[in-house]
Design a protein around this ligand. Structure first.
Ligand SMILES: *Cc1c(COP(=O)(O)O)cnc(C)c1O
Length: 403
């Protein structure tokens, strides 16, 4: 039989679950885009978006998903033939590189594999070797959603500075914004990129860019820019339509307003702490399942290098991860993420990986519910696993939530 009927839970790393408050805020008649509630409300977004990213920098919003936000960054950062150093710690780092290369950027890949963070010493060495300072920007993913590896952004900034290199630092925060701590100004980040459908709990459709004065000045002449992508006109709009280079993404903006209200009510630091606690809850369950069962393991060995919004894991041998995901969707109403970038979908090994998302509008009972449903699935499907995972997960929740 199926026990899936009830509220479905999409535990994939984007789109994330949407709060009813966000959905309700979007449920309204089309607003006037020239005057009234929408333009007035939008002015309140800018300071809150700056607070979210820890910056006084400029903000531009594009009608785009994450891939579009990459292109927005690329179009402003580069001219044809410019050089970029791209740090990859998973599929999304490589994706940003390909996006830049397709526009004619000479994007050089520094690949750190799929389960370890970037080594700042190698970044420093690569920049020292660039004695002519031809590399214009370093592109790096904060949390790569495919591997769940988290990079040490301040250490990468220090590596750039230690090399005495003037390159800008641009960070893909699509999976981490509003989930993992991020301090754009304190960390010396020039450009930060995010999208609405992950930690921001809004449907896919808004790409967000934060960019420093330094980045704006250095990139004034970038020839990949067309009027639509130009961040300067968006960030310094004299008329409302210029924020969007056309019609505003009306309903998404009301959704974003409500999501920022929710983050402010909880407190950004409390939001980060909640994500950290729920991430540790998931890790504790996997550690117990994997005890004596090495075919079940978290992708990133060191907790310090794991993102707090998504957990990538091996749940082998293949095809056990796919069997479990199918069971959860059909019998328990939970959809887990596929394993991304660990093997090709055509390879049998692909079916031994999965990801659990815990980003955005997620609380203790949702995460414990996912883990308990996973354990039920493993029992139903005779997937060998260690015991005590749910007690271990409950202990993390109890410890974090307190009495
Ligand atoms: C989701 C994601 C992307 C891609 O976003 P889309 O909206 O799917 O285009 C890029 N980078 C990271 C880190 C992501 O998590």
């Amino acid at each position: 039989m199926t026990l899936a009927n009830g509220r479905p839970y999409l535990a994939i790393p984007g789109p994330s679950t949407m709060p009813d408050r966000v959905l309700n805020a979007m449920h309204r008649a089309a607003p006037n885009i020239y005057a009234g509630a929408l333009p007035e409300m939008v002015e309140s977004l800018w300071p809150d978006l700056r607070r979210l990213a820890g910056t006084k920098a400029h903000v531009a919003i594009y009608i785009a998903n994450g891939h579009g936000a990459w292109e927005a960054a690329n179009a402003n950062l580069f001219s044809r033939g410019d050089r970029a150093l791209v740090i990859a710690t998973g599929t999304f780092g490589i994706g940003w590189k390909e996006s830049a290369a397709a526009r004619g950027v000479q994007a050089e890949l520094l690949d750190f594999g799929k389960s370890a963070p970037a080594d700042p010493a190698r970044i420093e060495a690569a920049l020292r070797a660039d004695t002519g300072h031809g590399i214009k920007t370093v592109l790096v993913t904060h949390v790569d959603t495919a591997s769940s590896v988290k990079n040490d952004i301040p250490a990468i900034r220090r590596a750039i500075d230690a090399a005495g290199h003037p390159a800008l630092l641009a960070v893909d925060c699509i999976a981490s914004m509003g989930c993992d701590a991020f301090f754009m100004d304190d960390w010396g980040v020039d450009v930060a990129v995010a999208a609405s459908q992950k930690g921001l709990m809004v449907p896919p459709g808004l790409g967000l860019l934060w960019f420093s004065d330094r980045a704006m000045e250095r990139c004034r002449g970038s020839d990949l820019r067309t009027p639509y992508w130009n961040w300067t006109s968006r960030a310094t709009a004299a008329e409302f339509w210029q924020y969007w280079a056309g019609t505003a993404p009306t309903h998404h903006l009301f959704g974003l307003r409500e999501s920022l209200n929710m983050i402010a009510e909880e407190g950004l630091e409390a939001v980060w702490a909640r994500h950290a606690a729920l991430a540790r809850t998931v890790w504790a369950a996997f550690d117990a399942w994997g005890a004596g069962h090495p075919e079940i393991a978290l992708n990133v060995a060191d907790p310090a290098h794991r993102g707090h919004s998504v957990t990538a894991a091996r749940l082998g041998p293949a095809p056990n991860a796919t069997r479990l995901r199918d069971w959860l969707e059909q019998r328990a109403g939970v959809t887990l993420g596929i394993g991304l970038g660990m093997a090709l979908p055509s390879e049998p090994a692909y079916h031994g990986f999965l990801r659990v998302a815990h980003m955005g509008h997620v609380n203790a009972h949702m995460t414990l519910g996912v883990l308990a449903a996973m354990e039920a699935g493993m029992i139903a499907l005779d997937i060998p696993h260690g015991s005590g995972a749910l007690t271990a997960a409950a202990r993390v929740v109890a410890g974090a939530a307190g009495a």
